[in-house]
Design a binder for this molecule. Structure first.
Ligand SMILES: Nc1ncnc2c1ncn2[C@@H]1O[C@H](COP(=O)(O)OP(=O)(O)OP(=O)(O)O)[C@@H](O)[C@H]1O
Ligand SMILES: [Mg+2]
Length: 384
């Protein structure tokens, strides 16, 4: 591991007392902010543990940046509280200044100083903090090695690629050993290939350093790579908090199911409820009956005759009858299109009134343009 990571205990709480160790590094309680006539953030509760990487994910305008700016101390909430390491940082009548919050920040626009070299950009925060010249030299060197910029220390930002400039911004944010790293769409100005590469690089760095991170993006793939937990936001509120697997396989709402990954939604009516097994039998409008798992809360109120929307991921729809199907005869579908994509076929099929997307390893066989579809056992999930 690079020198800096070894030299610094990133996981230590800021206030030295051992009693603080169990506290959330960041806690948001009922956080609210109205901007103009929009409830930009409308009651958010969130705890982030030390060393955790949490991603705020949601569509444009859902309140991600506003939340981050409140954590940073750039804007003050109208209601609720922000606690850092168990200490009140903001409420409607109090705000700790940003520079007292021990945060590192990286934004979409790299915001590096064009007239300073890479080294001077990174050293700046340490100079402001009054560190000795020897310390500044050692730590700047270590942090530049960490982001693989050691060889470019004397260049100016105009002599760097976008990805390298963003690494300078990251190095600058890390140099002061922040208690919490805030990143707002840091990769969105990079081209697609570099963006994809840097996701993994950032994730590796975050894990190696064990640095607590709050990361904002509207890109679901980025969120899946970077998060220990994903917070899915919609219209200023949290729709779901969960691990990447939870939000992908067990979305709490139709919104979450549709926002993360490709979702096929099949409508139907509950035919039977198996509360012990945590599932319902759904009579699909498109035909056939399908056992589907469901969220506990929804299951508690479900009765035969209730409407249900079943989520099926494209890779969970099969064109051949599985050995232990969750349904009977399979749902009848008609062929719309088929595209070969190297490792799978991407099919569009019409079932009842619904256009389905199917990813299949095998090529479909169709008689008069018709086939039968089955859900992979255990894959169907009720979203509403
Ligand atoms: N200064 C402002 N005045 C009025 N409304 C604002 C202001 N800033 C943001 N808003 C509104 O508040 C809501 C939340 O904005 P925010 O920037 O937090 O969204 P976001 O989730 O970061 O979106 P994006 O993915 O586009 O960056 C939006 O509806 C936005 O139009
Ligand atoms: Mg934003």
């Amino acid at each position: 591991m690079p020198a800096l990571a070894a030299a610094v205990d990133w996981t230590a709480p800021t206030s030295a007392s051992a009693a603080d160790a169990g506290r959330a590094r960041l806690e948001l309680r009922g956080l609210r902010k109205t901007l103009g006539d929009t409830a930009a953030v409308n009651g958010i509760d969130l705890r982030i543990a030390s060393g955790e990487s949490v991603v705020l994910l949601g569509p444009s305008g859902c309140g991600k940046t506003t939340t981050l700016r409140m954590v940073a101390g750039f804007i003050q909430p109208d209601g609720g509280e922000i606690h850092l390491d168990g200490v009140l940082a903001s409420n409607a009548s109090f705000a700790l200044p940003p520079e007292k919050r021990r945060l590192g920040m990286v934004f979409q626009t790299y915001a590096v100083w064009p007239h300073k070299t890479v080294t001077d950009n990174v050293a700046y925060g340490l100079e402001v903090a009054g560190r000795s010249r020897a310390e500044i030299k050692a730590e700047t060197g270590a942090v530049l090695d960490l982001v693989q910029l050691g060889g470019l220390a004397n260049r100016f930002p105009a002599e760097l690629s976008g990805g390298q400039q963003q690494r300078v911004a990251l190095a600058r944010a890390l140099a002061t050993k922040p208690s919490l790293l805030l990143l707002d769409e840091p990769l969105s100005n990079l081209d697609a290939t570099l963006r994809e590469e840097m996701r993994f690089e950032l994730r590796g760095l975050q894990k190696n350093l064990g640095i607590t991170t709050l990361y904002v993006t509207h890109d679901q793939d980025e969120a899946l790579v970077l998060a220990d937990r994903i917070v899915v936001m919609n219209k200023g509120r949290i729709e779901q908090i969960g691990t990447p697997e939870e939000v992908y396989h067990r979305p709490a709402s139709r919104f979450v199911g549709g926002f993360i990954g490709i979702a096929n939604m099949l409508e139907g009516e509950v035919a039977a409820v198996d509360r012990v097994g945590g599932r319902v039998l759904v009579a699909l409008d498109a035909g056939d009956r399908l056992w589907s798992r469901a969220p506990e809360r929804w299951l508690a109120d479900a009765t035969p005759g209730s409407r249900a929307t079943v989520l099926l991921r494209p890779q969970d729809i099969k064109l051949e009858r599985p050995e232990q199907p969750d349904q009977e005869a399979g749902t009848e579908a008609t062929f719309v299109s088929e595209t070969f994509l190297g490792n799978h076929y991407e099919l569009k099929l019409q079932a009842g009134g619904t256009l389905l997307r199917v990813q299949s390893r095998v090529r479909g066989t169709f008689e008069d343009g018709r086939t039968r579809l089955w859900a992979r056992a255990g894959s169907a999930w009720v979203v509403a």
